[in-house]
Design a protein around this ligand. Structure first.
Ligand SMILES: C[S@@+](CC[C@H](N)C(=O)[O-])C[C@H]1O[C@@H](n2cnc3c(N)ncnc32)[C@H](O)[C@@H]1O
Length: 313
């Protein structure tokens, strides 16, 4: 079973901010720029132009020009040593069913703004729709860009246990000495193995109906996915912006780890849910998937694991 905890916020500071803005992102960013606001991390999952309940499908050209305008503005709001984490999947052309990987689409826009790609992280999840005309999609990506060559990267805060901690140098001056880092190894951009936090594939279960973080939002991302970026790319007290905040997962991950956050969202419905989640977090009542919880491994005795007789494999 997926292990859940009722989260106690690690940060008791009443000064810590998790502020929702009910507005259209494109418009509100002008205000933040006028106020000379700056953020250390901008993390979001933008609308995918996929006819979800919160968006209208647009031509890719219109989508590109709208989102380009937003990214131009985000660039002005990012500190010089800051990072953007842009979490995307695929756009599927509704007529031709052709797949357009949105990370490729977005890369051109980020490059135009002078951003430097540091990682294209694979977020692998095990469940989702079963496709019939192509292979089923089981990963999305997080594009991590920095604005300059000077950026925060707290590797030690996201290291994972090494698979072979006893490994030694096999030649040279250090021959026979332990070669690994006692704090653990770099988790890489592809996280699997023992549990979500310690996986070589970023195997954070996507938020589906049986996930206890699930709200009525159709495209929520898991809190632990954001936590990893927040911990690695910001310091305590830094500010994080989510321009498409949904039900507040970025703000929750930020608050939980002592970072300030602002989230812009056009839907009052999602804001209300998000505010409730944030207040539950503050009260220590938010049901949240604990970092490092293993992905469900079904027991061979479970009915769903038993193969029906007419299955031919
Ligand atoms: C993919 S969802 C983000 C979900 C979020 N990561 C979470 O975990 O809850 C995108 C969100 O952007 C919001 N949105 C779309 N267009 C917007 C706009 N122009 N201004 C503000 N919010 C917008 C949608 O209502 C939706 O909640």
């Amino acid at each position: 079973m997926t292990k859940l905890v009722v989260t106690k916020s690690k940060t008791k500071s009443s000064k810590l901010i998790a502020r929702y803005i009910h507005n259209d992102t494109n418009k509100y960013l002008d205000k933040l720029i006028a106020q000379k606001k700056k953020f250390k991390l901008i993390m979001t999952s933008p609308p995918y132009n996929m006819d979800k309940e919160y968006e209208k499908t647009n031509s890719l050209e219109n989508y590109r020009s709208e989102i380009s305008a937003v990214i131009d503005k985000l660039s002005k709001l990012l500190l010089n040593n800051g990072s953007i984490c842009w979490q995307v999947g695929n756009y599927i052309n509704p007529k031709t069913k052709e797949v357009v990987p949105l990370d490729i689409f977005y890369h051109e826009i980020f490059k135009k703004n002078g951003f430097i790609l540091r990682n294209r992280i694979i977020w692998h999840f095990e469940h989702g729709l079963h496709a019939s005309q192509r292979f089923s999609g089981r990963y999305e990506t997080i594009m991590w860009y920095t604005k300059s060559d000077k950026y925060t990267f707290n590797l030690d805060s996201v290291r994972v246990p090494a698979k072979y901690p006893g490994k030694t140098y096999y030649r040279g001056e250090k021959k026979g000495q332990i070669s690994g880092n006692p704090k653990g190894k770099n988790p890489s951009d592809l996280w699997i193995v023992r549990n979500d936090w310690v996986k070589e594939i970023w195997n954070v279960p996507n938020v589906k109906a049986n996930h206890k973080e699930k709200t009525t939002h159709p495209c929520q991302y898991p809190i632990e996915l954001v936590e990893r970026c927040v911990l690695a790319l910001t310091k305590k007290g830094d500010s994080v912006l989510d321009p498409y905040a949904g039900v507040g997962s970025t703000m929750i991950a930020s608050y939980k780890n002592g970072r300030n956050s602002v989230g812009i969202e056009k839907s009052k419905k999602y804001i209300n849910i998000g505010k409730r989640r944030i207040s539950n977090l503050k009260n220590g009542q938010l049901r949240i998937r604990k970092l490092g919880t293993p992905v469900l491994v079904p027991s061979p005795n479970m009915a769903v694991v038993k193969k029906p007789k007419h299955f031919k494999y």
